[in-house]
Design a protein around this ligand. Structure first.
Ligand SMILES: Nc1ncnc2c1ncn2[C@@H]1O[C@H](COP(=O)(O)OP(=O)(O)OP(=O)(O)O)[C@@H](O)[C@H]1O
Ligand SMILES: [Mg+2]
Length: 468
């Protein structure tokens, strides 16, 4: 955020008025000095003597300024980041009664920034080139008066010469200011440029293949993945082999941190496998055009993100030209239509920043509608139904079953009804695929799978007289 706002502004200030000052300063000096030489080459020697002092002091000034400028941009960025985070995390701060602590921390950081700014201010006041210019003016006057008494130049020439020397004051100041701003602008430009040249997580293939005949058959061939790249033994996914026929539903289960979300991030190609490969309809994901891949995948991610726009705009995010009928159809399938209509402004209700005005379950259903609207070939649910009550989930299940006839679906969930209905089930454990099969098969062969069900069958029977 700081890069996009503060740093670009600093670059901007260097270009305007910084560059203007540089040019103006340069031409003023050129013009004044030429005239000074014309009036009295001898007196202009003063400037020649002064030149090395100019060079030394400007060089010294810039050298001292550089670290301060760098610290200034960095501290500013730190402050920005902190501010943004504490505003988004304000509920957590309040719930842990940390307001004072956070305010204190902000004060400390703001103090640091002020200190750096003061340092810069003090340094700027010690801009010695200005002093040199004043000395140049004084010497011109003294030496010039002497020359006038000797009759070597006229009084009017002396006055013109001194006036010209005085015009050098402003360019000296301008050049100093511009070089200060140049330092800050450069520090800012470096930060912006570093980000621009940073490698995206996944590069687009040189000749990307368009995914035209979308069927949705997905194959994992010996896929390993680690968030730290190759130089680690910690594998988040460890040699996964998997074949998902087009149009089938696959349930992924496993304890927290076992790699379920990571597996689907690889399908959306947010990351590339560190070993092995993933193909869709026979095309290696690394060779497929990123947009044609992602346009054909509808994802309901674990952390739902909604934009601070209307419900309609959120549902139609991937397909802004969608008609009201299409939007409502998707919302109905996601069991979202009724609660949306219960809002005074219906589909025009603004959901607030990140959807704060909606409940967790409502946000999920809007996200489901958003994913369904694009009519994707592959559908991914990450824990999507866990915040929806069993009754609604059953309704969604039926609705989705209807629209999913020709879709490949990945569902990460702990809901037994959903798991049971899947064509195949895989269990992940610390990144390894430890069991694989249908419900009937796994109930007989996998201890992990049985354990999942035992949790529920251990429930004692209801007391007599209690209505369900
Ligand atoms: N962006 C990331 N950078 C580094 N490590 C990550 C990142 N995302 C996840 N991990 C690590 O990868 C492992 C698998 O995470 P993943 O999110 O796939 O688990 P999960 O099975 O989806 O868990 P859950 O059921 O809690 O959602 C975890 O150990 C996690 O710490
Ligand atoms: Mg997850």
């Amino acid at each position: 955020m700081a890069r996009a706002t503060y740093d670009t502004r600093q670059m901007n200030i260097f270009i305007s008025p910084g560059l203007k000052f540089l040019l103006e300063g340069f031409f003023t000096i050129l013009f004044s000095v030429s005239l000074m030489i014309y009036i009295s080459p001898k007196l202009t020697l003063i400037l020649v003597f002064a030149l090395p002092f100019y060079i030394i002091t400007i060089y010294d000034f810039n050298k001292k300024l550089q670290p301060i400028s760098k610290a200034q941009v960095e501290q500013n960025s730190r402050l920005n980041e902190f501010l943004q985070e504490s505003v988004t995390g304000i509920r957590i701060i309040r719930s842990f009664v940390k307001e004072d602590e956070e305010i204190n921390y902000f004060d400390i950081q703001a103090d640091k920034l002020r200190e750096i700014n003061t340092q810069r201010g003090i340094l700027s006041t010690k801009y010695y080139p200005i002093l040199i210019t004043i000395l140049v003016i004084a010497f011109s006057f003294l030496w010039g008066s002497f020359e006038v008494t000797k009759g070597r130049i006229s009084l009017s020439q002396l006055v013109s010469f001194v006036m010209l020397a005085m015009t050098l004051n402003s360019p000296t100041w301008q050049l100093g200011w511009a070089s200060t701003q140049f330092q800050i602008g450069m520090a800012a430009a470096k930060r912006i440029y570093n980000m621009k040249t940073r490698q995206e997580y996944v590069p687009e293939a040189i000749i990307p293949i368009e995914w035209l005949e979308t069927k949705g058959e997905i194959v994992f061939e010996n896929v390993s993945f680690s968030y730290n790249g190759n130089n680690t033994n910690e594998k988040t996914l460890d040699r996964i082999d998997l074949h998902v026929p087009a149009g089938s539903t696959i349930a992924i289960i496993g304890s927290p941190g076992s790699g379920k979300s990571t597996l689907i991030k690889l399908i959306m190609r947010f990351y590339d496998p560190t070993e092995g490969r993933i193909t869709i309809d026979g095309i290696d994901l690394r060779e497929m055009s990123l947009s044609s891949l992602r346009k054909n995948i509808g994802a309901i991610e674990q952390d739902i993100f909604l934009f601070s726009k209307t419900i309609r705009e959120n549902i139609a995010y991937g397909k802004p030209q969608a008609s009201q009928e299409e939007i409502e159809h998707a919302a109905k399938l996601a069991q979202a239509h009724d609660f949306i209509m219960s809002f005074e402004e219906g589909y025009d209700t603004i959901v607030g920043e990140r959807g704060v005005k909606l409940s967790g379950g409502q946000k999920q259903r809007i996200a489901i509608a958003r994913a369904l609207l694009g009519n994707p070939k592959i559908l991914i649910f990450d824990d999507a139904s866990s915040a929806i009550d069993a009754e609604t989930e059953r309704e969604i299940q039926i609705a989705i079953a209807n629209v999913l006839k020709e879709r490949t679906t990945f569902i990460i969930t702990h809901r037994l009804a959903t798991i049971k209905n899947a064509d195949q089930i895989i269990i992940l454990k610390k990144g390894k695929l430890v069991a694989h099969g249908t419900h009937i098969e796994l109930i007989q062969s996998s201890i992990d799978y049985r354990r999942l069900f035992e949790r529920f069958s251990e429930l004692p029977p209801l007391k007599t007289g209690v209505k369900e």
